[in-house]
Design a protein around this ligand. Structure first.
Ligand code: NAD
Length: 368
């Protein structure tokens, strides 16, 4: 299969982890006889420095013409005092908007050799394997008007959704649950908010289309508690923009490994932007210390969700799990009796394991 991928390295450790992601995609292309072409485009603080904008128009155009897009990370102290329109994060918000990426997927899965690093007890966090699907382009963060009244002493923010916006994100939830363990938790605040009552009604209407998926409704406050007391309860969580923002950050710390969490943001077709959950980590930029796993797992999401290449995605995920369980890790995580390696070495180890996996499969096939 032929695919064209735009790579946006961004700032800080972005270029280092983007290089790892591209290396892994190149190895997948070689192993599975695909043809992936890559095009680098500027975003974030480096784009402000070199092009006068955190998201040059040419970057958006290139992304629209691609089959999928990868983003490293943006931001850093150098640009912290810039005016709002020249902040690196503006580039990220604008590219999501320009590409109409309304569904944010964040899988969270613990590695058994890293459970000790979780702030939760090992027995609580073990077997956690869930995905949060957050609505990304509507709700409270996009309400109108945003205004101050009464001489600046009263404020109004609105939480607006229409049926179409809720239906398309809830459908993503059902589809994802169907590909996983078949359990969907819809999170809302239906005891207080009218928008949540419409959300709940729509979930109820749609569930007859997915008889293979079990559905539950959970209030956001109860869901926040259950995420840290019983995370293995969840399979797929689907929720509104602000609830999803808060819950996904809560979820990102329970496995104790920020450098290992991938994400995908999808539009109504299969097109998506794939990026690690972590930021640009300016404190370790350029030192070869960046953990490439979040980025590498983001490429697996790209293969699965944009290209329909599930087998290829599984090969990457399995190689990452093997590398971690064998004790290879960057300095940001601690595996007792493990071996600290740099970004490049960990990437190469994962690629070697991917290739070895294919050898094993081929040898086994000889005996079938
Ligand atoms: P951060 O995620 O960049 O870093 C938090 C801590 O985790 C740091 O100690 C960092 O060294 C470590 N860390 C993060 N990713 C790592 C990795 N892959 N390997 C090893 N260690 C890793 O968050 P922050 O410090 O709050 O923000 C730094 C900059 O990143 C800010 O400018 C912020 O605005 C930006 N940011 C960007 C994104 C994005 O591009 N999507 C997301 C969050 C923050």
């Amino acid at each position: 299969m032929k695919k064209h991928i735009v790579m946006m390295p961004g700032d800080g450790i972005g270029p280092e982890v983007t290089a790892s992601a591209q290396q892994v995609l190149e190895a997948v292309a070689e192993e599975f006889s695909h043809r992936f072409t890559f095009e680098e485009q500027p975003i974030g603080g480096t784009a402000v420095d070199n092009h006068g904008s955190p998201l040059p128009a040419s970057t958006t155009e290139a992304c629209k013409a691609a089959d999928a897009v990868f983003l490293g990370a943006v931001g850093g102290p150098k640009w912290d005092q810039n005016p709002a329109h020249l902040r690196p994060e503006r580039g990220l918000l604008d590219i999501r908007k320009n590409l109409e990426l309304f569904a944010n997927l964040r899988p969270v899965k613990g590695f058994s050799s890293l459970l000790h690093a979780s702030p939760l007890k090992e027995e609580v966090v073990q077997n956690s394997d869930f995905m949060i699907i957050r609505e990304l382009t509507g709700g409270l963060y996009f309400g109108e008007p945003k205004e101050r009244r009464n001489n600046g002493n009263s404020v109004v923010d609105t939480l607006a959704y229409d049926r179409h916006e809720i239906e398309r994100i809830v459908r993503r939830g059902f589809e994802a649950a169907r590909l996983r363990r078949g359990h969907l938790t819809s999170v809302d605040k239906a005891n207080v908010l009218e928008s949540s009552r419409l959300w709940r009604e729509i979930v109820e209407e749609m569930k007859s289309e997915y008889p293979d998926v079990t559905v539950e409704h959970e209030l956001v406050d109860a869901a926040a508690m259950k995420l840290i007391t019983n995370p293995s309860h969840f399979d797929v969580i689907v929720t509104e923009n602000m609830f999803g923002d808060i819950l996904s950050d809560e979820a990102s710390v329970i496995t104790g490994s920020l450098g290992m969490l991938p994400s995908a943001s999808l539009n109504e077709e299969a097109f998506g932007l794939y990026e690690p959950v972590h930021g640009s980590a300016p404190d370790i930029a350029g030192q070869g210390k960046a953990n490439p796993i979040a980025s590498i797992l983001s490429t697996a999401l790209m293969l699965r969700h944009s290209f329909g290449m599930d087998q290829e995605a599984q090969r990457i995920e399995s190689a990452v799990s093997q590398a971690v369980e064998q004790g290879y890790h960057t300095a940001d995580v601690n595996i007792p009796d493990g071996q600290v390696v740099n970004t490049k070495e960990l990437t190469e180890r994962i690629i070697d394991l991917m290739k070895a996996d294919s050898t094993t499969t081929n040898i086994m096939n000889c005996y079938v």
